[in-house]
Ligand binder design. Structure first.
Ligand code: B12
Length: 477
């Protein structure tokens, strides 16, 4: 079938729609004809969508929703209205069924369907399920057993159980649908995925909701093939798109080893998201040999009682070790903090800043206020206290969106007032800390509409955004 895939993510710096690149390989392997209309660089969205429909005559249209919002309290950008608008434009030009999918979609499939008004949705992994859905449409067969499918049945939305795809059966990842060379020029990096899912129970995290709790690992050879395909497009700086690269540890080691064995370690540079533990000298050595140059650790807090409340599996002692291990092996390190969660006080924030200063990573990213996503333990806890619209510690679109679709943030009592200003004062003079909306000093840590990054990348900067910001800061003295 002719399938038009629509990328709706217009944030800058530009991040390529990795999910669509992967889907294209699966669709082609099954004999379908995927095409892309990429709204990221579009100057006229309506004209581009209409032209794509006219020229491609699609039989099915797939729209990717990577982000429902920017998940950033001082930004609060909400993207679903513009995605809904794109769907309305498509509806005006074709009767082909429109199906939504993507990680942002999968966080809240039913609510996104209600809001955007597409015909179908697909939660979770889609390489196999989308092919199954197309087969059902083509052969006019029942689709009510297609994994993860959202569809209307007697006037009500239904969501089929999500069945994680077997990554060992994925076709070769050719990365051929998307203009990855342009994304590299304008976005400075390309994503690659080595596994899906996360079994951790962090209070606030939407990854287990969107990606599932069972970890599925990609064969290391698949990853090497994908990196080689991108290298052939002159793309040589990468970022992992797993929840945490080092969970499970054995698979991280196997991927690194495969990259080394393929002789790519010297030719590529990559960055990863990792959990602070397990992180050993042995893994650091292997990562470095495989071309890894920097790691962003989801640290959240430097206070043990907060780490326990947030459902984290490590302690502050581990945090001191992890940055030191990176230093020993020439890996740049970034600690990501999430301040304002349940139980946070000014004392725990101070304790966190002090601990992180002692651990001495190269950079520290600060998020203030915790985005509450449907389906997380945090959402359940918040609701056990009060209704969303009248909850005294929730901020953002809580009245208009009690089902938490538009950005809603939790900030512990007594902290909300001037949290940003106060934290600015607390870290004053320490340029390793990236804070919200501090553009003047290259410390703006929101990657949405980040002009500093866009300019730096246009001038040739490459790599993880925190690493680029770090270099700018160092250059600025
Ligand atoms: C890696 C990552 C980053 C990296 C990207 C690196 C790169 N070069 O790609 C960096 C650090 C740059 C980043 C930045 C941001 N990120 Co980010 N990121 C991720 C992460 C971990 C992986 C995304 C990814 O590519 N996954 C792999 C792909 C293959 O999966 P996928 O897109 O889901 O696609 C599969 C299915 O969903 C489905 N599918 C996809 N499209 C479609 C379409 C159809 C029609 C169908 C049927 C199916 C389908 O099929 C695919 C294959 O099975 C996710 C969390 C996660 N675990 O996914 C967060 C995540 C996407 N990021 C998020 C956010 C908020 C951001 C920022 C806005 C943060 C900020 N304010 O700065 C920015 C935005 C940047 C931008 N321009 O888009 C949120 C979005 C939440 C939401 N509800 O909107 C997530 C979910 C994290 C979270 N839980 O909070 N990010």
């Amino acid at each position: 079938m002719r399938v038009l895939l629509v990328n709706t993510n217009r944030m800058k710096p530009a991040i390529a729609p990795l999910g669509l690149d992967y889907l294209a390989d699966a669709l082609e392997a099954a004999g379908h004809e995927p095409r892309l209309v990429d709204l990221c660089f579009s100057q006229d969205i309506a004209a581009d969508l209409e032209a794509a429909v006219r020229l491609g005559a699609p039989e099915v249209i797939g729209v990717t929703v990577r982000n429902t919002d920017d998940c950033y309290m001082s930004g609060q950008a909400f993207f679903l209205p513009e995605i809904k608008r794109a769907i309305q434009i498509l509806r005006g030009s074709t009767t082909a069924p429109i199906i939504l999918g993507g990680v942002g979609f999968s966080v809240a499939p039913m609510a996104v369907m209600e809001f955007c008004g597409a015909d179908f949705g697909m939660a979770g992994d889609a390489e196999f399920a989308l092919v199954e859905f197309l087969r059902a449409i083509e052969q006019r067969r029942d689709w009510s057993a297609v994994p993860g499918l959202v569809y209307r049945d007697r006037g009500r939305w239904r969501l089929n159980p999500v069945v994680p795809g077997d990554m060992a059966r994925l076709p070769e990842r050719r990365r051929a649908l998307v203009d990855n060379a342009r994304y590299f020029r304008e976005g400075g990096q390309a994503g690659f995925e080595t596994k899906r899912g996360c079994g951790m129970r962090c209070l606030y995290c939407a990854d287990p909701v969107a990606k599932g709790r069972t970890t599925r690992c990609a064969p290391p050879g698949l990853v090497v093939g994908e990196l080689s395909a991108l290298l052939a497009q002159n793309v040589d700086h990468f970022h992992t798109c797993d929840s945490e690269f080092n969970l499970p540890l054995e698979h991280a080691r196997a991927v690194c080893q495969a990259i080394v064995d393929a002789g790519l370690g010297e030719r590529i540079r990559w960055y990863a998201y990792c959990a602070p533990t397990p992180f050993s000298d042995d893994l650091a050595t292997l990562c470095r040999r495989a071309g890894c140059v920097g790691i962003n650790f989801g640290v959240d807090s430097g206070c043990d009682s907060m780490l326990r409340r947030l459902g984290r599996h490590f302690t502050t002692a581990d945090l001191l070790d992890t940055a030191a291990t990176c230093r020993r092996h020439g890996l740049a390190s970034m600690y990501d903090l999430l301040l304002g969660g349940p139980g946070e006080t000014r004392a725990t924030v101070r304790q966190t800043i002090d601990l992180v200063r002692r651990a001495a990573p190269d950079c520290v990213g600060l998020s203030l206020g915790v985005r509450v996503y449907e389906g997380t333990p945090l959402a359940e806890w918040v609701r056990s206290q009060a209704e969303v619209p009248s909850h005294p510690d929730l901020y953002g679109a809580k009245e208009a969106h009690p089902q938490l679709l538009a950005p809603v943030f939790y900030v512990a009592p007594g902290l909300a007032e001037d949290l940003v200003g106060w934290v600015h004062e607390l870290v004053a003079g320490d340029s390793r800390f990236f804070l919200p909306t501090n553009t003047a000093t290259h410390q703006n840590y929101n990657y949405n509409a980040n002009e500093t990054l866009v300019r730096a990348i246009a001038q040739g900067a490459r790599g993880a955004y925190w690493a680029i910001l770090r270099r700018l800061r160092t250059a600025a003295g």
